[in-house]
Design a protein around this ligand. Structure first.
Ligand code: ASP
Length: 611
């Protein structure tokens, strides 16, 4: 071994001991005479002192050291002189008096300092990932990730799950995204698809009698990478036979309660995890991934304003739209500029506009409000009674600000959902120490695709309908609810799953309802339909986004901070320079030709996204 101790673990009780350390020069300070080197390895830092009097050889070498050089040091641990302790680092009460040093690897001046916690531009972070990985924050995140995955494995092992790998080269498994394709050399013109998830494979494992499966599964989805997404990501994927929805939800609650306790004992959680149906979530929060750390629920005002003289609202209601709102506590004094910002946010989410009504602070209660207490650009359109009734429905009090949006339900909910989250943030209601987990259930089985003019599976097409809704499959697809559930936390969807169809008859019926011809159904899913005809157990499962779980537990805002080698928001790998053209012979081998027009415009330069 080139080392026998870890820098960050040395303490007062080690004083007097001779240690062999190896690591990186975090920082070197020359105090004319003594040279101080902060030596860093994965465990942290320790200060090493080189003395020209006692160890002239070592001191001479130390003089050459620069940031990020790799060295090995032999020295003795000593308590730091009184008054020079550094309480900011765990080894700050000691230092190592160097006797010998060897240079193991030199470094060019680094693209950024590891020791400084200053923000580093994203492009640099990605291009020099191996330097960025040395930052304590990244080490901490990857260590946490390791602990999370180990916890999951141990927990599932005690519950009788088998960890089973499934192929990466496979056939398309639809999860609503585009497939990544891999051309076949041996079968010209044919392609493998990388799995969007191991969905069908895990179901086949259940048909194969394995009963309880899990895997840390890599999933690939070729999506436009809006927001914080990665084209490849990791799911804790699991599937069980002979269970119902309650068994899966119970298992998840136990897993995540234990995980938070183990990984972040300082975080609070609410148990049992609250349950909301999809309908309730949309009605009250405007989203199916509600942040339950605070209230500020949305309220439906359509009936209150049914007879309104406000023409914009009249039109919306006549066209089958809705009017909803929320009350932002104590925001009645918002400035014009603040209100404009909120209106812009509503428009960004597709709303045509935002109506705001400020209730003056002062009156005892909403019942005591008079016309003089109501301030709004739309004030002349509403009677005082209408405003009072709105305020009551939204749970407002004098001093609050009412935010109203009218339009088609999806637009209204999306806009108000975002406004609610924004107000939560502004008002400091997003308690960082609270993890508000919840299950969302009773999702719709189908959703209408405007683009294709047909019903699509809201998730994958293997999700079972609620038994009582089965008769509606053909006649009223929009009314069919699925045995599907999500686990959400603080506004993020962290897991998603369902009870599956396990008879060929029902699976075929569902595929027909989705518009597949019997022939198409055979072509795409014949293997699954056939498997179901050889004795399939009732089964169901769920998949949790490991990257996102770690991101929340690490208090990070980007997935890229908890993945060792992430891609940029443009889906590129700046370290390897991928994706990249390949040699013409390679293309030939796989029987492919790149279209001239695809090559025409040079690829746009990678846009650093910062943050
Ligand atoms: N395969 C699904 C997904 O990736 C999860 C599941 O239904 O188990 O979202």
């Amino acid at each position: 071994m080139l080392k026998d101790s870890n820098c960050g673990e040395l303490r007062k009780e080690h004083a007097g001991r001779t240690v062999l350390l190896a690591g990186w020069v975090n920082r070197r300070r020359d105090h004319g005479g003594l040279i101080f080197v902060d030596l860093r390895d994965r465990s942290g830092l320790v200060q090493v002192v080189f003395n020209p009097q006692t160890t002239p050889e070592a001191h001479k070498l130390a003089d050459r050291l620069r940031s990020e050089w790799v060295v090995r040091v032999r020295g003795s641990v000593a308590a730091r002189p009184k008054g020079t302790e550094n309480p900011k680092i765990p080894s700050g009460e000691v230092e190592v008096h160097a006797q010998e040093i060897a240079i193991l690897g030199e470094s060019k001046p680094p693209p950024f300092y590891v020791h400084e916690d200053e923000a580093v531009e994203e492009a640099l972070r990605m291009r020099y990932r191996y330097v960025y990985l040395r930052r304590p924050r990244v080490v901490r995140n990857l260590t946490l990730r390791h602990q999370v995955v180990q916890h999951m494995r141990r927990f599932l092992d005690t519950r009788g799950f088998l960890e089973i790998e499934t192929p990466i080269l496979t056939k398309s498994t639809p999860e609503g995204a585009r497939d990544y394709l891999v051309p076949s050399r041996l079968h010209p013109g044919s392609f493998y698809a990388l799995p969007q998830s191991p969905q069908q494979l895990k179901q086949l494992l259940m048909v194969g009698g394995l009963e309880r499966y899990y895997q840390m599964a890599r999933c690939f989805r070729d999506e436009d990478l809006r927001a914080d997404r990665q084209p490849e990501f990791t799911q804790l994927d699991l599937e069980m036979s002979f269970i119902d929805q309650e068994d899966i939800l119970g298992l998840m609650e136990e897993l995540f309660t234990g995980l938070v306790k183990a990984a972040r004992p300082d975080k609070r959680i609410m148990t049992p995890f609250p349950r909301l149906t999809y309908r309730q979530a949309i009605d009250q929060y405007g989203t199916d991934k509600p942040d339950l750390r605070f209230g500020m629920l949305l309220g439906d005002l359509t009936s209150v304003l049914a007879g309104t003289g406000f023409q914009v609202f009249q039109q919306v209601v006549a066209q089958g739209g809705i009017i909803k709102g929320l009350a932002a506590p104590d925001c009645g004094g918002y400035s014009r500029k603040q209100l404009d910002d909120l209106a812009q946010l509503a428009r960004d989410r597709g709303a045509r506009g935002l109506v705001t009504i400020a209730l003056r602070k002062g009156p005892e209660s909403v019942d005591a409000l008079t016309a003089a207490d109501i301030q709004s650009l739309a004030v002349r359109h509403f009677s005082v009674d209408e405003v009072k009734e709105m305020a009551r429905r939204l749970g407002a009090k004098p001093g609050d600000l009412l935010l109203l949006v009218a339009g088609a339900p999806p637009v209204v909910n999306a806009a108000l959902g975002s406004l609610r989250q924004e107000m939560g943030k502004r008002l400091g209601l997003l308690d960082p120490d609270l993890m508000a987990w919840a299950f969302i259930t009773d999702f719709a089985l189908f959703e209408w695709s405007q683009e294709d003019g047909r019903w699509k599976a809201a998730r994958h097409p293997f999700t079972a309908p609620l038994p009582e809704d089965e008769p509606l499959l053909e006649s009223d697809p929009h009314r069919v609810r699925a045995q599907a559930y999500d686990l959400v936390c603080n506004g993020f969807e962290l897991a998603s799953g369902s009870i599956r169809i396990h008879t060929p008859e029902l699976q075929e019926r569902l595929l027909m309802a989705l518009g597949y011809t019997p022939q198409e159904a055979q072509e795409r899913f014949g293997h699954l339909l056939e498997a179901f005809s050889y004795g399939a157990p009732p089964h169901g499962g769920i998949a949790c986004g490991v990257d996102r779980v770690v991101m929340l537990l690490a208090d990070e805002e980007s997935l890229r901070e908890v993945i060792a080698f992430p891609k940029t928001q443009m889906g590129t790998d700046l370290l390897f320079g991928a994706p990249a053209p390949v040699r013409p012979e390679q293309l030939k081998e796989v029987h492919l030709k790149v279209l001239e027009e695809a090559l025409a415009p040079p690829a746009p330069p990678v846009r650093p996204t910062g943050g």
